[in-house]
Ligand binder design. Structure first.
Ligand code: C2E
Ligand code: CA
Ligand code: CA
Ligand code: CA
Length: 278
């Protein structure tokens, strides 16, 4: 038995070793990715359930690796979060989103709000100043950009988080709470934060309209958001049945494969030009 435990341990540590190596390789390559311009943004439209029109888009990071191909953020964002590299990636994302918005505006496109994801690690007292500088450099209005944050940031709950949010809102930016329902926010809790939009996590959308629990959760979230006068976006909407259910609940917008996957900038631009509708 002792022998077995020992070999099991060796096996285990060998596996850990492999993982650590893979992790380190990713980190090194990710640093290079910034320098070698291997990063790009895809855009996924958000559509109004009332008008059927595109009313926004979420910018989602992609990494075009020379050997691995297109790497999903699910793989590299956790590594970036752990190593702190997320700060540089986050800055790049905001800068690139603003550059793109500027380019589209210069091409006379009517631009809906573009949302970028913010890591909790980006949230410090310097954030509003840094964001303002990027907007100004590109000549982009704060109203044009929305910031998506997650519940983990709220749960951290420090007063300065609220102060930083208030500062961003005072600048004219809107804040959305991402992945809503997966954390621990309650109604009383949410009231404290200047958040204008709630995004229902895909986990609760998937089961609509057949899973009773998911229906109850979606209904509760929409009711709550309406009382707080928040816009509500359903994520990961893939079927017409899900859409109908959400529309009946009074959900404002949907984002998901039913309308479009995240697409390269040129494709999103085409959707805007052609006025693609639900
Ligand atoms: P998220 O912010 O919740 O983004 C939504 C994710 O759901 C995206 O995955 C999107 O492609 C996917 N999705 C959208 N509609 C559907 C659908 O109908 N069905 C299914 N199955 N999936 C759908 P993606 O692009 O792989 O991004 C994964 C996560 O990586 C994001 O989740 C976000 O947490 C993170 N991420 C992406 N870009 C950034 C970024 O620039 N900064 C930070 N901090 N995180 C990012
Ligand atoms: Ca998001
Ligand atoms: Ca989300
Ligand atoms: Ca999610």
């Amino acid at each position: 038995a002792a022998q077995n435990i020992e070999s099991a341990f060796l096996f285990y540590s060998e596996e850990m070793n492999q993982r650590a190596k893979e992790h380190l390789r990713l980190e090194t390559e990710l640093r290079l990715a910034l320098v070698n311009q291997e990063l790009l943004l895809y855009y996924q439209p958000k559509v109004s359930l009332r008008s059927g029109r595109i009313v926004g888009a979420e910018a989602l990071l992609r990494w075009r690796h020379p050997v691995r191909g297109l790497v999903s953020p699910g793989v590299f964002i956790p590594v970036a979060e752990e190593t702190g590299l997320i700060l540089e990636l986050g800055s790049w994302v905001l800068d690139e989103a603003c550059r793109q918005v500027r380019e589209w505006k210069d091409a006379n496109l009517i631009m809906p709000t573009i949302a970028v994801n913010l890591s909790a690690r980006q949230f410090d007292q310097h954030l509003p100043g840094r964001v303002a500088a990027v907007l100004e450099r590109h000549g982009v209005q704060p109203e044009q950009i929305m910031l998506e944050i997650t519940e983990s940031l709220l749960v951290r709950g420090a007063d300065n988080v609220i102060a930083i949010m208030n500062e961003l809102v005072a600048m004219g930016m809107a804040l959305a709470l991402d992945d809503f329902g997966t954390g621990y926010s309650s109604l009383a809790y949410l009231k404290k934060f200047p958040i204008s939009t709630l995004k229902i996590d895909r986990a609760f959308v998937t089961g609509l309209p057949y899973e009773e629990n998911d229906c109850a959760i979606a209904r509760a979230i929409v009711t709550m958001a309406q009382q707080l006068r928040q816009e509500i976006v359903a994520e990961g909407v893939e079927t017409a049945e899900q859409m109908s259910f959400l529309r009946e609940l009074g959900c404002d917008q949907l984002q998901g494969y039913l309308f479009s996957q995240p697409v390269p900038a040129a494709d999103f631009e085409r959707m805007l030009r052609e006025g693609k509708r639900l």
